[in-house]
Write a protein that binds this ligand. Sequence first.
Ligand code: KG4
Ligand code: ZN
Length: 336
Amino acid sequence: MRVLGIESSCDETAVAIYDENNGLLAHQLYSQVKQHQQYGGVVPELASRDHIRKITPLVRAAMQEAQSTPADIDAVAYTAGPGLIGALLVGACFARGLAWGWGVPSVAVNHIEAHVLAAFLEENKPQWPFLALLVSGGHTQFIQVDALGRYQCLGETLDDAAGEAFDKTAKLLGLPYPGGPELAKIAEQGDPQAFKFTRPMVNRAGLDFSFSGLKTQVATAWRQSDQSMQTRADIAASFQETIVNTFIIKCKRALLDTKVKGLVVAGGVGANVALRAALLKLGEQMDVAVHFPRISFCTDNAAMIAFAGFLRLQQKLSVADALAVKVYPRWPFHQS
Ligand code: KG4
Ligand code: ZN
């Protein structure tokens, strides 16, 4: 089976082709970062319009890269949610139209599930069951993954997502969008012990998170500081250290509670080098296999969508949809 996948949930337009026997055959991505930079964040209407501009050339490029003709494609998978409704509709309508024109089924994929399944695109694949730590721009969740389609949410953020905390903190430090990677970059020059921020909710039982208070602590520290480049780097490093430590404490707790021997880290914040290093160390200490998708598959991409669509069709978990186009701006992962 060969599946073409389309991702358009936010500010990346991406198309990929996954083949059952030969793996990933094509991986095309266009990031809209430059269009949104001047506004300091994603402008939904601009995102939708740009997806429309880029989707056809990207599908053509992916077909060429995979040396495929329409007759080689067995299904079209698309991100149906969660995400920005206009952006989702562009990908969903295009995918449905393509599938109709090519006479193949289309399959609606949950973006969050796809982030988690991206770990299976790597050579060293996770073993079921495992714990997934999902850390993206819109979500922060612990999910117990027993098998494909068998998911249980163990904890989640009560306010900001981890990526959102990175982005908002970066913004208040005067860093450009996208804030997460920019903040991580300047944190390399800072002293992570320079500022002592309270780690949110670590003394409270359970596996929920809360990040909005941390942002306020950073805002106060920045306002009261000399606002030099070095202080900015120190605050960034201390903020990152606090987030990483919070995740380590909670991951340890979740691994002890669930007794699973695998941890999969998924979503954009999974690209954070400090978080990756700390979780790998925790894995060694606890004899737990820690899996990350490669950095380019942590952030939004279509390889994970094509692959998730393939798995769901192969295991008959998703019925190919009819001509209706479905999008779900909110779509809890454990209900997919
Ligand atoms: O998964 P993703 O690409 O999009 C969503 O589905 O939300 O995640 C994007 C988030 C953004 O908040 C971005 O700032 C954050 O991931 N991010 C990072 C890093 N790279 C991306 N946060 C911290 N450190 C990074 N290196
Ligand atoms: Zn994402």
